[in-house]
Ligand binder design. Structure first.
Ligand SMILES: O=P(O)(O)OC[C@H]1O[C@H](OP(=O)(O)OP(=O)(O)O)[C@H](O)[C@@H]1O
Ligand SMILES: O=c1cc[nH]c(=O)[nH]1
Length: 183
């Protein structure tokens, strides 16, 4: 792994929280039937996001939104010409996705390959009524026609830059950093 240098802090803990509150309100605004809503977090940092959004919606609307988990790992195929390929390695969704209004959640949207793998896995489980995507950071550089309906912040980046999201539940600290690869 190449070394990195911190360039800027993009979000503090309180900014992350305010953004998630806004996103919870946006999801509610665009949801017709709350009983059909279901959140699926992409491991690792999509999971705390899905759990926190479900908690905020329970506080606001007194409705418990079911939360599932998709684990997508990078699978390196030596014959591949496009680099490592994201594949689903573990799924914990203990509710039926049939007819559900699913919101997939992840911390960073970049090429879109992780979300494509998540959609493939989701449709193997059943046919949801609708699938939307919520991300904390959209950094651009898409390689597939995938867009998020709910975006915490759009951050234009160069390909040498990396977005690092840190969440208390995983990293024991809470912030979003812009870092740069150094040779
Ligand atoms: O749009 P893409 O190009 O697919 O990139 C986005 C994915 O990359 C990151 O995961 P990463 O593979 O770094 O795993 P991690 O979340 O476990 O650190 C991030 O959490 C997204 O899941
Ligand atoms: O910058 C990036 C790109 C993909 N995934 C991340 O977490 N950060």
């Amino acid at each position: 792994m190449s070394a990195t240098r911190e360039k800027a802090q993009l979000m503090s803990a309180s900014e992350i929280d305010r953004t998630l509150v806004r996103l919870a309100h946006e999801v509610l605004e665009k949801t017709i039937d709350l009983e059909k809503l279901a959140f699926i977090g992409i491991r690792r940092r999509g999971i705390p996001m899905a759990q926190r959004l479900a908690k905020k919606i329970e506080e606001l609307e007194k409705v418990k939104v079911p939360v599932g988990v998709l684990d997508i790992k990078l699978y390196r195929d030596d014959l591949s010409t496009v680099g490592p390929k994201p594949v689903v390695s573990d799924t914990k969704i203990d509710f039926s996705v049939l007819g559900k209004d699913v919101v997939l959640m992840d911390d960073v949207l970049y090429t879109g390959r992780t979300i494509r793998a998540a959609l493939d896995a989701l449709f193997e489980l059943g046919r949801p009524a609708r699938v939307q995507l919520l991300v904390l950071i959209d950094r651009g550089h898409r390689e597939l026609p995938i867009e998020a309906q709910y975006v915490g912040r759009k951050v234009p980046t160069s390909s040498r830059e990396i977005i690092e999201v840190k969440f208390q539940e995983i990293d024991q600290l809470e912030k979003v950093l812009l870092v740069e690869k150094v040779d």
